[in-house]
Design a protein around this ligand. Structure first.
Ligand code: FAD
Length: 477
């Protein structure tokens, strides 16, 4: 790696202009800059990396300039969308962060039902603009998650059973390649790249903007969680299995096993009580939604039932405060073979062994439109998987290290207990360190190989490797 010269960074003053990167109009943030520590912080507070330079781009031309700058100097590159990836791949040590966090514009064509989204937008940006026209598409279930990273890994959320994954709604992407060229990828333009972008993550270039198909929704939907006491977990999960067996595609559900979060709508005496919740969102007429969720709401003795007519934008941000920026997070995840009695027993046994009231596990129900797209149509592989689980160890930055050690041990032990029931993993739920070797597992051998061949075409030198990396290979390798 070549050291930066004085015409690059290393000025004595903290005032930094973009002049050092040829053709760059955005803000350049180096260690001398007053905003450096904020700019290098990502969602996961355990991540503490110190880039040489953060290139906060204002548009595609800046992205191309920053890529060329880093490549010319053989510098490590990290790409930051929403900064949410638990592994902290949005920021690197001693290299250049291509920071898209100032590129959050969203435009909507209400006639054609299409959204144009810049590569650093967050889901709350997309929902805000699209819902103004009564439109939506599948996005993440937390508003401050980035569109870039989430979409490129696949994109699961409340609407996926009705409208497919986020990548299934992607029509076109503008990509800055490792060579610094700006190209478009769509079904007709660089179709191999377009295939790879729909699940292959940030391996193929920097996506400066995306175009998505939108669908009418809301603005009010039947949505919200029902909570039951942790002791009821086995019964709730067995009921849930039957409940979703015939559920229409309009019904999206996510299970949360942890403690009752201290949300304003929940009585204080219930806060932090161990509980299982089924969160719902019905993407159809309100009266149908009311009818479909009735059986769930009547099951057993709920601690609290918050299901009802809700603005979709509110539902999409309802969990935001439960996973704030800067706390300490460690994840384990897997797809599940199904919701057998054995799986339910493992989940009921392990979910509540965490000691931190913030740790939890989440289970998404996939299927529906996700499963109807052929496996080979996109790089997102495990279309026939109906359930996945994410085990989130969470503790606070000022807590003793032993708390983190216990919580991470809990997450690992939980995953280990699920070993006989595992089948692949969603790439966006992989953490760092002990998860790095699981990238191939996320794709399966065939998809991984094709991704590696396309990587060899668009990024033969693996310039974009600070991610869930796919190493380039030639077709005959
Ligand atoms: C609280 C929380 C909730 C979540 N909920 C969901 C959910 O409901 N559904 C779901 O599918 N996932 C969910 N995720 C996982 C999420 O998809 C990943 O964390 C994803 O990486 C976040 O994208 P980001 O842009 O914020 O990430 P970043 O950390 O900014 O980026 C991660 C990687 O993505 C790549 N990348 C990001 N943007 C671009 C771009 N514009 N061009 C090229 N490469 C890019 C880079 O390789 C980068 O290293 C959630 C994560 C968190 C923390």
């Amino acid at each position: 790696m070549t050291a930066l010269t004085t015409e690059g960074i290393g000025r004595p003053s903290g005032t930094v202009s973009g002049r050092e990167i040829p053709g760059f109009r955005g803000e350049v943030i180096d260690p001398e800059h007053a905003g450096y520590n904020d700019a290098r912080a990502v969602w996961n507070g355990t991540v503490d990396r110190r880039p040489r330079l953060i290139a906060r781009c204002t548009g595609t031309a800046d992205v191309a300039a920053a890529v060329r700058f880093a490549r010319d100097r053989d510098l490590e590159i990290a790409v930051r969308g929403g900064g949410h990836n638990v592994a902290g791949t949005a920021v690197c040590d001693d290299g250049v962060v291509i920071d898209l966090s100032a590129m959050r514009a969203v435009s909507v064509d209400p006639v054609e039902h299409i959204a144009g989204v810049q590569g650093g937008a967050q889901w709350s940006d997309v929902d805000h603009e699209t819902q103004a026209h009564g439109l939506a598409m599948t996005g993440g279930i937390v508003g401050h998650t980035g569109v870039g990273g989430l979409c490129l890994g696949g994109g699961i959320g409340w609407l996926m059973r009705k409208h497919g994954l986020t990548v299934d709604n992607l029509m076109e992407a503008e990509v800055v390649t490792a060579a610094g060229s700006i190209i478009r990828a769509s079904a007709s333009d660089h179709p191999d790249l377009f295939w790879a972008l729909r699940g292959g993550g940030g391996n193929f270039g920097v996506v400066s903007s995306l175009r998505f198909a939108l669908h009418p929704l809301g603005p009010t939907v039947i949505a919200g969680p029902v909570f039951w006491a942790a002791e009821d977990t086995t019964d709730v999960l067995r009921f849930y299995r039957e409940f979703i067996a015939d559920a229409p595609d309009e019904l999206g559900t996510v299970i949360r096993l942890g403690t009752v979060p201290p949300l304003p709508d929940i009585r204080p005496e219930l806060h932090f009580r161990p509980a299982i919740a089924v969160g719902c969102c019905y993407a159809g007429p309100l009266e149908d939604g009311e009818r479909i969720v009735r059986a769930l709401r009547r099951f057993g003795t709920p601690l609290v039932d918050l299901v009802g007519p809700t603005l979709y934008v509110d539902h999409q941000t309802g969990l935001d405060d439960t996973v704030p920026h800067g706390w300490h997070y460690y994840w384990k995840a897997t797809n599940l073979t199904g919701l057998s009695d054995e799986v339910i027993d493992v989940v009921a046994e392990h979910a509540f062994r965490a000691r931190s009231p913030w740790s939890y596990a989440g289970m998404f129900h996939l299927g529906g439109a996700v499963a109807r797209v052929p496996r080979e149509a996109t790089a997102y592989s495990d279309r026939d998987v109906a359930h996945n689980i994410i085990i989130d160890a969470v503790w606070l930055p000022d807590q003793d290290d032993s708390v983190g050690t216990y919580e991470t041990g809990w997450a690992r032990g939980f995953l280990q207990a699920l070993q006989p029931h595992r089948v692949g993993v969603y790439v966006n739920f992989l953490d760092s360190d002990d998860d790095t070797s699981r990238v191939r597992e996320a794709y399966g051998d065939g998809t991984y190989r094709r991704l590696a061949e396309i990587k060899a075409e668009y990024d033969p030198g693996n310039a974009f490797h600070h991610n869930k990396n796919i190493e380039p290979i030639g077709p005959s390798a």
